[in-house]
Design a binder for this molecule. Sequence first.
Ligand code: MLT
Length: 272
Amino acid sequence: MSHRLSILGPGGRSISIVAAGSGPPLMLLHGFPLDHRLWKEQLDHLADRYHVIAPEFRGFGDSTLGEQSYSMSDLAQDVELIRRHLAADQPIFLCGLSMGGYVALEYWAHYPQHLRGLCLTNTKPDSDNAGGKQARMEMARQAQTEGTKAAVGTMLDKLLSSHSRMDRALRDTVEAMMFSIPPASIQAAQQAMAARRDFTTQLKAIQVPTLVLTGSEDSIASVQHSQAWAAEIPHSTFREIPHAGHLCPLENHQAFNLELSRFLQDINHNSE
Ligand code: MLT
């Protein structure tokens, strides 16, 4: 059974977290434009072995936005604040999807000593090219002038596999997350992602065991690209999740949970 809690961030910001279970801490970082509901199946099915902690980024879910602008590094500082509050100062397993993966890489850059394992799912280490940055500024503008639905509504089909697109309940779940995000939060997240740094040349320096996952039909973080950059990380494993697009933890949670559980168990086993 999961429960919601909130902790106070700098400047009186409220950081909302949904957590379940007990055991080694496993923190799950959602993508854009989503919230903790991305991790429903992990909160339900991994909580018998792990303390599953699913925070919501600034301006998403029940977390307040605070000052309008922040960076990926600021979000990594929030992750550290949560670790200190909820993980009794233990090292954590950290799993980030897409935007959550950008934050997980920033967390690794700042706090590698606090990581037991890293899972980077449906994400990439590259920063944006000029066209990508421009598209983000356009989405930020559209959110402010025409509202959330107009800005992110067309993303839905891009996020899902051909199979998931026909699943009405899944579409409703994803739309509920997307459409609950205030325009100011879309703008702040797009600006932060546009300014994120490039990790491609640092992958070789990641010493923590790393699992890289992506969906067989992910058009944002393709199998080919994910497999290539995963190979740069010394202690990495790459797995393709079948019948899934950009939202593996929801679209094929059985396969996703199996891969993540195996990875975590191996680390637990090797450190016994
Ligand atoms: C996400 O799912 O978090 C987004 O695709 C990230 C991005 O816009 O780069």
